[in-house]
Design a protein around this ligand. Structure first.
Ligand SMILES: [Fe+2]
Ligand SMILES: [Fe+2]
Ligand SMILES: [Fe+2]
Length: 417
């Protein structure tokens, strides 16, 4: 049993889910509101059918999370390029699997599994779950059509064609009752205008303003952070379990450090969360750059470097996560001021962030990368020593690593146990 799980933080759980779901939308790279638009449209459609209260909240959250099985920018591209793509079921299954592992969101697994299943294939066993899944499918496909029109700045002109295309699939891809409701709500320009970036942001901000923080157990927060770490780590075969390994090493180092320093159980628990979430912003980096086997050019380097700032943006929006946001986002800051994205110097970088940076480097060195194989523990330690000698790593952190090398190496690569 993890001793930190007894700690709780004062945050609104749903706000945490909403903020983290922002990272899923980053996979669209230049079109970053897909999940939110799907959620908002789905809510408007079933509101017309008489759904109210908690049911609408559930629909919004399902929209935000429906693509939790997609971390690859190539896959995302495919899903928006083709209206009805044969290979789409894989991400629906993976997303449903991830959600089913986390009890507070497990009820969304079944509808999300169905968010690319044709209505005509579900006849005979069509209940509320199937309707919910088809609602997501419908809203998702409307958005694919709308997003293309929005990029060209001609959404309202395209509305008749979009409505026609959707209507032509009533009774085939989509539930005829849902299509009827969509045709009714989408007669108003307002339905389409609310899909623009600013109204979408306003919609989400209004929800977060009304969200009251409450005691939320670390167990729940670890569950949701680990869920999203799986999405980030699934982006590349080279980073499988990277964030989980970083979280484990960071917690270990923090626990070892806390005796002599001003760190408590709550700090170490928060640092573990920061470990799970530190690379969230990587979801915006195109696959081809992350998996590139050779050296990166300047533009590619800049694109990768922006991930720490994207992480910051997502996490600072969560009330109660202020420290976690800083620690996670500072994991590429170096005491000599040469790091990114804030170019912090020396003591400006809080100790937990420095621990996280050490954990990140340690884990990355002990895992395969596109340009080199995993390094053995001794060689990893040698690298850490060089960093320490050049003033980039705290001696106190290095000493703990050196004294517990094998154990930390095992923690860094949980899959290899
Ligand atoms: Fe989608
Ligand atoms: Fe990173
Ligand atoms: Fe990392």
């Amino acid at each position: 049993m993890n001793p930190f799980l007894a700690v709780s933080l004062f945050v609104n759980f749903r706000s945490v889910v909403h903020a983290l779901s922002d990272s899923l939308d980053l996979v669209g790279i230049n079109d970053v509101h897909h999940g939110k638009r799907v959620g908002i449209m789905a809510v408007e459609i079933v509101r017309l059918l008489g759904w109210r209260g908690d049911d609408l909240d559930l629909v919004l959250d399902a929209g935000l999370l429906h693509d939790i099985g997609v971390s690859s920018s190539d896959l995302h591209h495919q899903l928006v390029e083709e209206f009805d793509w044969e290979g789409s079921q894989g991400h629906a299954e993976f997303g449903a699997y991830l959600l089913s592992q986390f009890p507070p969101l497990a009820q969304l697994a079944a509808p999300i599994r169905l968010h690319h299943t044709h209505w005509s294939e579900m006849k005979g066993r069509y209940g509320r779950t199937e309707l919910f899944g088809n609602l997501l499918f419908l809203s998702d496909r409307i958005d694919v059509l709308a997003a293309v029109a929005m990029l060209k700045n001609e959404l309202l002109e395209q509305v008749p064609a979009i409505r026609e295309k959707i209507a032509s699939q009533a009774g085939e891809m989509f539930d005829p009752d849902l299509v009827k409701a969509f045709l009714e709500v989408s007669r108003k320009d307002a339905f389409w205008l609310m899909l623009e970036a600013d109204p979408v942001r306003d919609y989400m901000e209004k929800i977060s303003r009304n969200a009251r923080p409450a005691e939320t157990s670390l167990e729940t927060l670890h569950g949701v952070a680990s869920l999203f770490s799986h999405v980030v780590d699934a982006k590349s075969r080279f980073t499988v379990e990277h964030s989980e390994g970083v979280a484990r090493v960071a917690r270990y180092l923090c626990t070892a450090l806390k005796q002599g320093l001003d760190l408590g159980d709550e700090d170490c628990a928060k640092l573990e969360l920061a470990g799970y979430l530190h690379d969230l912003g990587k979801l915006r980096v195109p696959d081809a750059i992350l998996d590139k086997p050779g050296p990166l050019d300047e533009r590619e380097r800049r694109q990768i470097a922006s991930h720490a700032y994207e992480t910051y943006r997502i996490l600072t929006r969560i009330q109660g996560f202020e420290e976690i946001a800083r620690w996670a986002a500072f994991h590429h800051e170096i005491p000599n001021g040469e790091g990114y994205p804030f170019r912090l110097q020396g003591e400006e970088i809080p100790l937990p962030a420095r621990v996280l940076r050490a954990s990140d480097i340690f884990q990355a060195l002990s895992q395969d990368r596109p340009y080199r194989a995993a390094l053995p523990a001794k060689v990893v330690l040698e690298h850490m020593k060089q960093l320490t000698e050049s003033g980039q790593l705290d001696r106190i952190i290095y000493d703990i690593i050196a004294a517990n090398l094998q154990e930390i190496y095992r923690l860094a690569r949980p899959g290899s146990e």
